[in-house]
Design a binder for this molecule. Structure first.
Ligand SMILES: NC(=O)c1ccc[n+]([C@@H]2O[C@H](COP(=O)([O-])OP(=O)(O)OC[C@H]3O[C@@H](n4cnc5c(N)ncnc54)[C@H](O)[C@@H]3O)[C@@H](O)[C@H]2O)c1
Length: 262
């Protein structure tokens, strides 16, 4: 499938998990991908996986929360690939499971910086370029945990709820400019961020309980989130902006305890 032939993309958090799977999927559909990560090894490994599969990618070690680094991402994508059509702002951090009275300003500053400010900077700098060229797709990673309580740390869920509003606000700010802004809201997916949850369940012989509350009764895989990212990056979503797409096995559609089974 060459749905993304000619598209030039930036993927932050591209050295692992959902970001890596998305970079692979975008490149697999024909895009050139600038893989941005914090670790040289992880970022280079994603690029190697893409090039070994015949795709086009380059690595950049940069901080998604630094304004000058985000400007450098845009410059590098323009310089290396000759343009910028898609920015997937995916870098994220989970926060801690501290109770409501144990929340700290330090944690909230850190979680907000990585989960929200990174998205704001992507919108500001990728969006500026895209507005000038009259086209572009910005995709933010939110979370199914943004929609209701108890699916993540308190600071995390609140930060991802901010990402949802930022998605809608930015989509409207770009009115008439041809720039689309959408968010993907993953449910529970096994990555380095959630590894402890999976290991804990496996150690207790309860792996089959993971995700059992969702209608699909399982956790997700990174490539299943990547499929939505590829859709939002592509012209197949040309009439879609300001939207929040849960890719979560259906958990956000339900109050599981009230479900009446077939
Ligand atoms: N795994 C899940 O169940 C799940 C569910 C909902 C949402 N998400 C979101 O998906 C996104 C990707 O997470 P993941 O699950 O693939 O976990 P992950 O830990 O594999 O990926 C997070 C990536 O973000 C990078 N990162 C963190 N801070 C950064 C910074 N300042 N600059 C650049 N990169 C930075 C990390 O190095 C890492 O590669 C995150 O935004 C996360 O909140 C994950």
């Amino acid at each position: 499938m060459n749905r993304l032939q000619g598209k030039r993309c930036v993927v932050t958090g591209g050295g692992s998990g959902i970001g890596r799977a998305s970079a692979q999927r975008l490149a697999g559909e024909g895009a050139s991908v600038l893989v941005v990560g914090r670790s040289v090894d992880n970022t280079n490994e994603t690029v190697s996986l893409i090039t070994a599969a015949g795709g086009r990618a380059a690595a950049l070690v940069a901080d998604a929360t630094s304004e000058s680094d985000v400007q450098a991402m845009v410059r590098r994508c323009l310089g290396k690939f000759g343009g910028l059509d898609v920015f997937f702002a995916n870098a994220g951090t989970p926060g801690t499971n501290a109770g409501i009275f144990d929340q700290t300003v330090e944690e909230w500053n850190e979680v907000w910086r990585i989960n929200v400010i990174s998205c704001m900077l992507a919108i500001k700098h990728a969006g500026l370029h895209m507005a000038e060229q009259g086209a572009g797709s910005i995709i933010l990673t939110s979370s199914a945990g943004s929609l209701r309580a108890n699916a993540g740390a308190i600071s995390y869920s609140a930060s991802k709820a901010a990402v949802n509003n930022l998605t809608q606000t930015a989509a409207n700010a770009f009115t008439g400019k041809g720039v689309r802004v959408n968010a993907v809201l993953p449910g529970l997916v096994e990555t380095q961020m959630t590894r402890k949850v999976f290991e804990y369940a496996r150690e207790r012989g309860k792996a089959d309980r993971i995700g059992h509350m969702t209608p699909l009764q399982r956790a997700g895989q990174p490539h299943e989130i990547a499929a939505m990212v590829a859709f939002l990056a592509s012209d197949d979503s040309s009439f879609v902006t300001g939207q929040l797409y849960a890719v979560d096995g259906g958990i956000s559609s339900t109050h599981p305890h009230g479900r009446i089974p077939v």
